[in-house]
Design a protein around this ligand. Structure first.
Ligand SMILES: *Cc1c(COP(=O)(O)O)cnc(C)c1O
Ligand code: SF4
Length: 412
C-alpha cells in the first residue's frame, strides 16, 4: 500500500488542472473564421481551399509570429510546403511559442540547419522500391505510396523529400505498375496505403484503388495510414465510411501526437470510422516541446482509447534533414515508455520503435525488464522496479522450484 502511494505521488503531474484539460474534449471552433457558414465550415473541400499557405496569411492571423517562424515560412516552399487547414489552425495557441500544435505545422528557420547525420530519405525507402511508389522491405507486406499531397504538412515529415513536391521530386505514382508488382508477388498479403494522405482522394478514386487491390486473391489485409481524421475531420463523411466498409478487413492508422489534437470533431470522426467496423491504431512521433513528457503522453494514450483508437507505435523522430530542433533523445523516449507500461491500461501502451537509419525497418526499443538470464532462471523486474525470478530447467521447461520475488537482486 505504501509503495502504491509513493509511486502515485511520484507520478503526480506538475498541475492536476492542466492534466484535466488535456483529457477534456473541446471543439476546435471557428476562431478566425467565425463568419463562415456551417455548410462551408463542415465541407472538407472548403477547408482545403482555405488552408493557410503563405507568410502573409500567417502574419495576418497570428501577429505574434517569432522571427524564426517568419524566416521559416519564407523558406518553406523550397523544402516542404506550408499548409494548415483552418480547422487545425484554430488549435494553435498564438500566445505560446512552444505550443505543441504550432511546433508541428508552422515552419521554423531551424529546418534549414542540417546536421551531418541527417538525410533526405532517412528510412532508405527509395532504395527498397522495386517500382516507384512501392516500398517492399518486409517479407509479406508492402507500403504503397499513392499521392504526395496531405491536408496539412508536418514539419518533421520523414517523406518530405517527396511530400508536397516542394523539392521537385515530382512524384506521380503509376498505380498500374504498383498493382502489377503486387499481383506478381503472391507473398504480399498486406498492403498499406500511405503517401501523402490517401484520404485526400475522392471517394470514387479511393474505391477504385481498393477494389483493384481486393481483386488480388493473395491480398488478405488492407490498411490506410492517414492524418486526415486529425487535420481534416470533416473528410470522414458517412459516405466515405460506407464505402470503406465494403473492403474489410481494413484497418486505419491515424497520426496524432498531442491530447489537444483530440477534439470533439476528431472524436466524432474517429467514431464514424469505428462504427464502420474499422479497427483504429495511432502512430505518434516523439517530438520536443510536443509530447516529450510522460504526463502529456499518458493523457494522450488514454484519450486515444476514449476515441476508440489503440496506440500502435510511437516513433523516435527519424533523422530527416532539418529536424534536430524537434528531436528528443532515445533515453527520454525510454523514460516515457517506463511511465506508461504497467502504470496504465495495456491497450494504451504503444510500441516504441526506431525506424533504423538507412532502411533496416522498425526496431522495437524497450526499457529493460529482463535483468539477466542463464540456463536456470530469468531475473525480471516489474514496472515498480520489484525483482522476480522465473526458474527454468536447462532444457527450457519450467522447474518445480516455486517462483519467488527477490528482495535484493542477486548477482548471477
Ligand atoms: C511501417 C512499414 C510497414 C508496416 O509495418 P508494420 O510493423 O506491419 O505496421 C510496411 N512497410 C514499410 C516500408 C514500412 O515502413
Ligand atoms: S501527414 Fe504524414 S505524410 Fe503528410 S506531412 Fe504529415 S507525416 Fe508527412
Amino acid at each position: 500500500m505504501q509503495s502504491e502511494q509513493a509511486s502515485s505521488s511520484k507520478e503526480e503531474p506538475p498541475s492536476a488542472a492542466r492534466l484535466t484539460s488535456l483529457k477534456q474534449f473541446r471543439a476546435a471552433g471557428r476562431g478566425f473564421w467565425r463568419d463562415v457558414s456551417d455548410s462551408d465550415w463542415n465541407d472538407w473541400h472548403w477547408q482545403l481551399k482555405h488552408r493557410v499557405t503563405s507568410l502573409e496569411q500567417l502574419q495576418h492571423l497570428m501577429p505574434t509570429l517569432a522571427p524564426e517562424e517568419i524566416a521559416g515560412a519564407q523558406f518553406a516552399n523550397h523544402k516542404l510546403a506550408m499548409a494548415i487547414t483552418p480547422y487545425f489552425f484554430n488549435l494553435i495557441d498564438p500566445a505560446d511559442e512552444n505550443c505543441p500544435i504550432r511546433r508541428q505545422v508552422i515552419p521554423r528557420i531551424e529546418e534549414t540547419h542540417t546536421a551531418s547525420w541527417e538525410m533526405s530519405d532517412p528510412c532508405g525507402e527509395d532504395s527498397h522500391s522495386p517500382v516507384p511508389g512501392l516500398v517492399h522491405r518486409y517479407p509479406d507486406r508492402v507500403l504503397f505510396l499513392v499521392t504526395d499531397r496531405c491536408a496539412a504538412y508536418c514539419r518533421y515529415c520523414t517523406r518530405s523529400r517527396l511530400v508536397s513536391n516542394a523539392t521537385g521530386y515530382d512524384f506521380h505514382p503509376e498505380f498500374d505498375k504498383q498493382i502489377a508488382y503486387i499481383e506478381s508477388h503472391p507473398e504480399v498479403r498486406d498492403v498499406l496505403l500511405s503517401g501523402g494522405d490517401p484520404l485526400l482522394f475522392s471517394d470514387d478514386k479511393l474505391e477504385h484503388l481498393l477494389a483493384r487491390l481486393r481483386a488480388i486473391p493473395h491480398v488478405e489485409f488492407l490498411r490506410i495510414g492517414t492524418r486526415i481524421p486529425i487535420f481534416l475531420p470533416q473528410r470522414i463523411t458517412p459516405a466515405l465510411c460506407a464505402m470503406l466498409k465494403k473492403y474489410h478487413p481494413l484497418f486505419v492508422s491515424v497520426h496524432s501526437n498531442h491530447p489537444r489534437e483530440l477534439t470533439t470533431e476528431v472524436r466524432d470522426a474517429l467514431g464514424r470510422l469505428a462504427d464502420a467496423g474499422i479497427p483504429l491504431g495511432n502512430q505518434s512521433v516523439l517530438l520536443k516541446h510536443v509530447n516529450d513528457d510522460a504526463t502529456v503522453m499518458k493523457a494522450h494514450v488514454q484519450k486515444l482509447l476514449l476515441c476508440r483508437v489503440k496506440p500502435y507505435y510511437v516513433y523516435q523522430c527519424d533523422l530527416i534533414a532539418g529536424s534536430a530542433h524537434l528531436r528528443t533523445s532515445v533515453r527520454e523516449g525510454l523514460e516515457i515508455m517506463e511511465q506508461l507500461r504497467g502504470h496504465t491500461t495495456g491497450y494504451a501502451v504503444p510500441t516504441y520503435v526506431i525506424d533504423a537509419p538507412g532502411g533496416g525497418g522498425k526496431v522495437p526499443i524497450n526499457p529493460e525488464y529482463v535483468l539477466c538470464k542463464n540456463a536456470n532462471r530469468v531475473l525480471i523486474r516489474n514496472y515498480e522496479g520489484k525483482v522476480f525470478e522465473y526458474p527454468e530447467a536447462p532444457d527450457g521447461t519450467p522447474t518445480t522450484t516455486p517462483p519467488r520475488q527477490i528482495e535484493e537482486p542477486e548477482l548471477v
